[in-house]
Design a protein around this ligand. Structure first.
Ligand SMILES: Nc1ncnc2c1ncn2[C@@H]1O[C@H](COP(=O)(O)OP(=O)(O)OP(=O)(O)O)[C@@H](O)[C@H]1O
Ligand SMILES: [Mg+2]
Length: 387
């Protein structure tokens, strides 16, 4: 009982500290110097229209920061449009970004705005920009320089007012050096680089982040699971190669799979990867300084083309020792590395909304009359590929 009271006190202290930090205004939890430096940089540039490049390992919060930048900017009432460059088939990039006119290609039955137009007046977030094909890099650079777009099949140029935020977990300088990324586009995007620290670089934030996720998951599942001080210490000692996403996933699994009211260090231990999984690192994975070799690879794996998988989506987490494996669907989670139930397994037939581009919080007033702006559901099989 005494131990539980002490652990609840500790939770309270940590939650209050997290709430007090200026970062929490944007849902960013943490108060380590490196994180606060990134938040300060974000706030310093939020009023400008300069392009921001968010750099950091997978799961460090790049998307969260992109949204925070939008919310902190004078554009907060306008749309925030996210495009996941890794998820769009190369043939659809142009229509995705720039839209098309009716009749531009077989199946283009109505005019469709692209992401640039949808984001007009707001922020366009190009996630995983390192995956953008070279041909599109050239077109993107031209658009950024000219401040205008032309829809596929269109004749006139449309002026566009967009604040660009890009993110990558790649070393773009290396991509430039090997000719995979245009140097001029790199300079154009890298006006304000903001580097997000890995969780290992800010391990002091782990307890606050763990409690933040615990709260969220307890609430979402009507549970009331606690973490003892010992459990928090164990979480803090783990290196978290998949960063905050991995931490959130482990806590979700603990909450959903435990039948205990308070989790101790030994309970946490059961849900962390075992030695075997740590030892079986994926080939080619570069170990980070101070990390257990191969752990990141063992946890995240790679796609067939060599790209790193989304780290630690629930479907890739090692099973807790002693727990029965359950399919992702049963846990109520969609494995982002697999198509949704019922969707065709071919990547080009995934609805684009699911595949990458999403339309967010666009006030009705932003839609021009006569323009049909619908969720992106064009598939090459049903509507014909753009030329
Ligand atoms: N500082 C933070 N405070 C609270 N939650 C965070 C923080 N940073 C990240 N998260 C959470 O961690 C998860 C991963 O964050 P996010 O998707 O922004 O990472 P990312 O860097 O874009 O990852 P990836 O490169 O894999 O796309 C999200 O659920 C996000 O809400
Ligand atoms: Mg991301």
């Amino acid at each position: 009982m005494q131990a539980r009271t002490e652990s609840l006190r500790q939770q309270n202290r940590l939650l209050s500290r997290a709430l007090a930090s200026s970062a929490s205004r944007y849902g960013i939890v943490g108060s380590s110097p490196r994180l606060l430096q990134a938040v300060t940089e974000l706030e310093q540039v939020s009023d400008s229209t300069a392009s921001v490049l968010l750099l950091g390992e997978s799961g460090t919060g790049k998307e969260l920061f992109a949204r925070a930048l939008h919310l902190a900017s004078p554009r907060r009432e306008a749309p925030f449009i996210k495009v996941n460059c890794a998820a769009i088939p190369e043939t659809l990039f142009e229509s995705e970004l720039f839209g098309y006119e009716r009749g531009a290609f077989t199946g283009a039955q109505s005019l469709r705005q692209g992401s640039f137009e949808q984001a007009d007046g707001g922020t366009l977030f190009l996630d995983e920009i390192g995956e953008l094909p070279l041909a599109m890099q050239t077109k993107l650079l031209r658009t950024l320089q000219e401040g205008s777009i032309t829809r596929l099949g269109g004749k006139s140029e449309l002026a566009i007012d967009v604040r660009l935020v890009a993110a990558t977990n790649r070393h773009l300088e290396e991509e430039v050096a090997r000719g995979a990324f245009r140097q001029d586009l790199y300079y154009r995007l890298n006006v304000i680089p903001i580097r997000l620290p890995s969780l290992a670089e800010r391990s002091g934030d782990i307890p606050a982040l763990a409690l933040h996720h615990l709260n969220r998951i307890n609430q979402a599942n009507q549970r009331n699971v606690h973490l003892t001080g010992g459990a928090l210490e164990r979480l803090q000692a783990y290196p978290w190669p998949g960063n905050i996403r991995e931490l959130g996933n482990v806590i979700e699994r603990m909450v959903l799979l435990t039948d205990r009211a308070a989790l101790e260090a030994e309970d946490v231990e059961r849900f962390l990867p075992g030695e075997q999984e740590m030892a079986a690192g994926a080939p080619g994975e570069v170990p980070r300084a101070g990390r257990c070799r191969g752990r990141a690879g063992a946890l995240s794996g790679r796609h067939r083309d060599g790209r790193r998988r989304t780290p630690l989506c629930a479907g890739h987490l090692p099973q807790p020792r002693g727990a029965l494996p359950r399919p992702a669907a049963q846990r109520g989670q969609q494995d982002p590395c697999r198509p949704a139930a019922g969707a065709d397994a071919s990547p080009v037939q995934l609805p684009l909304e699911q595949a990458g581009a999403r339309r967010l919080a666009r006030p009705a007033a932003m839609d021009s009359p006569g323009l049909e702006v619908h969720p992106l559901r064009v598939t090459p099989s049903s509507q014909g590929a753009p030329p």
